[in-house]
Design a protein around this ligand. Structure first.
Ligand code: GAR
Length: 315
């Protein structure tokens, strides 16, 4: 299953085009399901439409920032996208929008971040006599052009470069960087090592946790005690990656499966006291998974440990 990506643009959309053509390569782990813009004249919209990608445009003029963002958010959600990719989207985003897409929104910026946030990046690099300029892909956080950098390419500054000649070469670098960085990022969603590492992080946040392999499954328990979480990776050839945690019993299990049969299942050989939660659907809410793991730990932990946690929570 490919990750569904919405690309937001304001202008030429050449980075969007690079992402779109890379998506046509065999084994690309993402597909573009929407190209949206705040500018209905954006050239990139024509490219996307001609390539058969759904497009959406809504001008921000006369709208409050949060109201415009909410309209964009609605269009993105309708498209089924689980990632938002900003490609020359020249809008400052509201905190609400950033919060909704936290960890799932990428941006490309034409400098070697943390250098030269904001505008006129090439001119500033030339004036500073930097030997290299470049481009960065980063996760979007509330601060402008901030957030963890996922990838960068350096571009040498030539004698006599102007902001325009440098920008042209930086764009060449961008067309390499963005598709590759996005592909690597979305591939984590189905990567067993990444998913297991995420579970491990939450499991080891519980007191006295340890890890063993059980029937080939990474398995987390209380030292010298009971198990509270398993990671099932293609178990019995089902092709799925799932977390198995303790629940109260068959009723809770049935209720969960009834609420979302794709996500929840009855794990074979584990019985009624456990539920399987798919981790590889591409929209995993890790805080929620953390809550499941903490609840499961509590269900098997001896009283002396849960008491300690309760006392600590009071302070
Ligand atoms: C790109 O160079 C991108 O890095 C930059 O706008 C250009 C968009 O070109 N983005 C920013 O400056 C964001 N702060 P494109 O529309 O041809 O892809």
């Amino acid at each position: 299953m490919k990750a569904k990506v919405a690309v937001l643009i304001s202008g030429a959309g050449t980075n969007m085009a690079a992402l779109l053509y890379a998506a046509k390569l065999p084994n690309c782990p993402y597909e573009i399901v929407l190209v949206a813009s705040n500018n209905s004249d954006a050239e990139g919209l024509k490219i996307a439409a001609t390539e058969g990608v759904p497009v959406f445009a809504k001008s921000h003029v006369g709208l409050e920032r949060a109201a415009h963002d909410a309209i964009m958010h609605e269009a993105i959600t309708q498209s089924g996208a689980t990632y938002v990719v900003l490609a020359g989207y020249m809008r400052i985003l509201s905190t609400e929008f950033v919060a909704k897409w936290g960890g799932r929104m990428l941006n490309i910026h034409p400098s070697l971040l943390p250098k030269y946030k904001g505008l006129h990046t090439h001119q500033r690099a030339i004036e500073a006599k930097d030997p290299v300029a470049g481009t960065s892909v980063h996760l979007v956080t509330a601060e402008l052009d901030d957030g963890p950098v996922l990838g960068q390419i350096e571009v040498a500054i030539l004698p006599g470069d102007t902001a325009n000649t440098l920008a042209d070469r930086v764009k060449m670098a961008e067309y390499q960087l963005y598709p590759k960085t996005l592909a690597d990022y979305v591939a984590r969603d189905t990567n067993p090592e990444y998913l297991t590492a995420q579970v491990r992080k939450y499991a080891f946040a519980q007191p006295e946790a340890d890890e063993v392999l059980s029937h080939g499954m990474p398995c987390f328990g209380i030292i010298g005690g009971k198990k509270f979480a398993y990671v099932s990776i293609d178990h019995h050839g089902d092709g799925n990656i799932a977390l198995l945690v303790k629940i109260s019993g068959i009723e809770e299990q049935a209720m969960l499966i009834d609420s979302d049969a794709e996500r929840y299942h009855r794990p074979a050989y584990f019985g009624d006291g456990w539920v399987g939660i798919r981790l590889d659907l591409g929209d995993t809410d890790w805080d929620h998974i953390g809550d499941w793991i903490a609840k499961s730990w509590r269900a098997v932990a001896p009283k002396k440990l849960t008491k300690l946690v309760d006392v600590a929570a009071e302070f």
